[in-house]
Design a protein around this ligand. Sequence first.
Ligand SMILES: C[S@@+](CC[C@H](N)C(=O)[O-])C[C@H]1O[C@@H](n2cnc3c(N)ncnc32)[C@H](O)[C@@H]1O
Length: 213
Amino acid sequence: MQRQREYWSGRYREDPDLFGSDESEFAHWALDIIGVEPVGRKLLELGAGNGRDMRFFHSAGFQVEGVDCAGDEPARARAGAITSNIQCKDVFDFLHDHERGSAEVIYSNLFYNMDFTEADHRALFAEAGRILKPGGFHLYSVRTVKDNWYGRGKLVRRDTYDSTPDGTVMHFFSEAYANRLRRGSFTLITMEERLKGKGDFPIDVYYVAERKP
Ligand SMILES: C[S@@+](CC[C@H](N)C(=O)[O-])C[C@H]1O[C@@H](n2cnc3c(N)ncnc32)[C@H](O)[C@@H]1O
């Protein structure tokens, strides 16, 4: 986690709006899935970055809380007051602090691609399942094994590459892997593959919407 913290803090210091200051397209997709009665519903965002998607969900009426291990407070402050709801800690510590059945939505954009093993992912999905209310939404986007960056750098473990100095450790998702993680915790609403990004940096992603039974 320390390495991730250093890497991402450095990137946000160079550019607080690394991924943009406007909300992601995935946030719009996710809101369409959740539907139109969000007021008062609690949404937790994992790997919230500068808080751009949290701001979007807040303005759509959600009660938002987020976590990101990168500790660049000035970047967050620039992104607006709502980002004070982002806790600067490891995702596991954040999730452990939340009670069973205490949220309606757990959301993340390009977060599960971070340096997590399969055991980590299983633990993260189990925590999401514990915290969500029955019928709650688990919505995430991830880069896939068809992504241009898949296979670049040093193989760390299955589908996981360290592209230092051009990047950091990334775990790419296959469809089978996403299906395996879901089993026993969530039912699938929809999973869509998209080609995203511009110019030299196209990325291949899955948009995944699941529900706690
Ligand atoms: C690819 S970025 C996506 C940021 C944001 N979701 C967005 O779309 O702008 C992944 C984020 O996950 C955070 N992160 C990586 N590992 C983490 C961990 N173990 N706990 C909390 N946050 C983590 C990084 O600091 C980074 O901001």
